[in-house]
Design a protein around this ligand. Structure first.
Ligand code: GDP
Ligand code: IMO
Ligand code: MG
Length: 427
């Protein structure tokens, strides 16, 4: 029995998609278990670039089955669009290659409208969401009364009856908050979503039962995390988080498969730190170095195109992410982006109220107040995108990786020096 998981240890965009793509060949099933189309995983495959949001990165390989499991929130229109895009470039995707959970919750247009109102009216919090209705859908899931699962869409009579009630409720609330609001038409939504459901029906199934069968039959599973450990709704920098368990904690709840079957838990980190949206970011660089990193790393959001905030590698935050997620090893991505810098820094501790600490603060206001304590190391001038052996990296780059290992306490097994598959060093 062998299962692998790939989970981000920072605030997302650690290049999980590249690692999943690299490891897909060694697996039979690739599983997305949380998040939705807030995720943007860029994969370079056969000289082409694919930007995947809901479909697991394994969808580009013909021999694996992809699963969108129970813990994912699905915007059916977005999923169908993505399916169409991938099919137009890579051919038809048969139902045996994609299984979507009938327990997965569904995003509706009113979720996006509600989120717009929240983000506009409560800009004080400035969560800076992707505006995909992710948080408002998960809220309804936890609240139960207004939620729909994909399986509900396949039962037209009860779906229509409940949808009328829910849309009437949503219209009342949205109108109260915004007098300009144009009410939603329940019947029109019903028609659209019935059509989506008909198109998705061949893929919709009980993925939990399917995965249990895979485990029994010794098929090799690869779990693809979305977002990162510091955006986890329970363990991240709340409230500046996403609304799912985006650390390793979400694997079991989101897939229905115990994480005890996983024998390789890979924590993915960038060689520096980025964050999109609001929230504290102790090592953020609001200067020329930050801009150099943004330019060299093309740090603009896959989903929203927003410039990503950039900063030095925060080892306190990443180690916390690694511990919450329970990783065995690390993959350091985008190391090539740091080339040309005079010196490079790693935040090894925080100073909070004059005291040094390596504990990641539990309250966001404390995290806002910390001062990073840096280990400053020599940089390297050489471009490293053509390096394939660790020993061929400049000594300063090797040292950088060793220092990360030293502070985090986990071995670095993969070093990535460019977006392509070949631009990868295995140790
Ligand atoms: P994900 O959401 O964690 O899958 O990450 P994203 O796809 O949002 O962002 C990672 C970006 O970095 C993508 O555009 C990748 O093609 C790119 N990338 C991945 N690995 C490397 C690397 O080692 N070096 C460089 N320069 N780019 C990389
Ligand atoms: P991948 O899978 C980076 C961020 C948003 C915002 C916060 C909440 O590509 O790593 P949401 O729309 O989820 O309610 O927004 O979370 N966020 C991400 N940041 N990468 C992602 O996904 C993200 N998904 C959500 O920017 O700060
Ligand atoms: Mg991304």
């Amino acid at each position: 029995m062998a299962a692998t998981s790939v989970v981000g240890l920072q605030w997302g965009d650690e290049a999980k998609g590249k690692i999943v793509d690299l490891l897909t060949a060694e697996h039979d099933v690739v599983v997305r278990y949380q998040g939705g189309n807030n995720a943007g995983h860029t994969v370079r495959f056969a000289g082409e670039t694919y930007k995947l949001s809901l479909l697991p990165a394994g969808i580009l390989s013909e021999d694996v089955t992809c699963v969108i499991a129970t813990g994912v929130v699905v915007d059916p229109a977005a999923l169908l669009q993505e399916l169409q895009d991938v099919q137009s470039r890579r051919g038809t995707i048969e139902p045996r290659r994609l299984r979507i959970s009938d327990r997965a919750h569904v995003i509706f247009p009113y979720h996006i409208a509600e989120e717009d109102v929240l983000e506009r009216r409560h800009s004080r919090d400035g969560i800076g969401t992707t505006r995909r209705g992710i948080g408002t859908c998960y809220r309804d899931k936890a609240g139960r009364t207004h939620a729909f699962r994909l399986g509900d869409l396949l039962r037209p009579d009860s779906f229509r009856r409940r949808l009328r009630e829910v849309v009437a409720f949503k219209n009342t609330v949205l109108r109260a908050l915004d007098p300009q609001f144009e009410p939603f038409d329940a019947e029109a939504i019903f028609e659209d979503y019935r059509r989506y459901a008909e198109q998705l029906e061949p893929f919709i199934t009980d993925t939990t039962a399917f995965l249990h069968e895979c485990v029994r039959n010794g098929r090799r599973l690869l779990f693809e995390g979305a977002q990162g450990s510091l955006l986890d709704v329970d363990h991240g920098t709340y409230p500046y988080v996403t609304s799912s368990n985006s650390s390793g904690c979400g694997i079991h709840s989101g897939s229905g498969v115990s994480e005890r079957i996983i024998d390789r838990m890979i924590g993915v980190v960038k060689a520096y730190t980025t964050r999109v949206g609001g929230g504290p970011f102790p090592t953020e660089l609001d200067d020329e170095i930050g801009q150099t990193i943004r330019d060299r790393g093309h740090e603009y959001g896959t989903v929203t195109g927003r410039p990503r905030r950039c900063g030095w590698f925060d080892a306190v935050a990443a180690r916390y992410g690694a511990e919450v997620s329970g990783v065995d090893e690390l993959a350091i991505m985008l190391l090539d982006v740091l080339s040309t810098l005079e010196e490079v820094r790693i935040c090894e501790a925080y100073e909070l109220d004059g005291r040094r600490t390596t504990t990641f603060p539990s309250h966001v206001e404390d995290l806002e107040r910390v001062r990073p304590v840096y280990r400053t190391l020599p940089g390297w001038k050489e471009e490293i995108t053509a390096v394939r052996d660790f020993a061929d990296l400049p000594a300063a780059a090797q040292r950088y990786v060793h220092e990360v290992e030293d502070i985090l306490g986990y071995p670095v097994r993969i070093v990535s020096v460019g977006p392509d598959r070949e631009q990868t060093i295995f140790r």
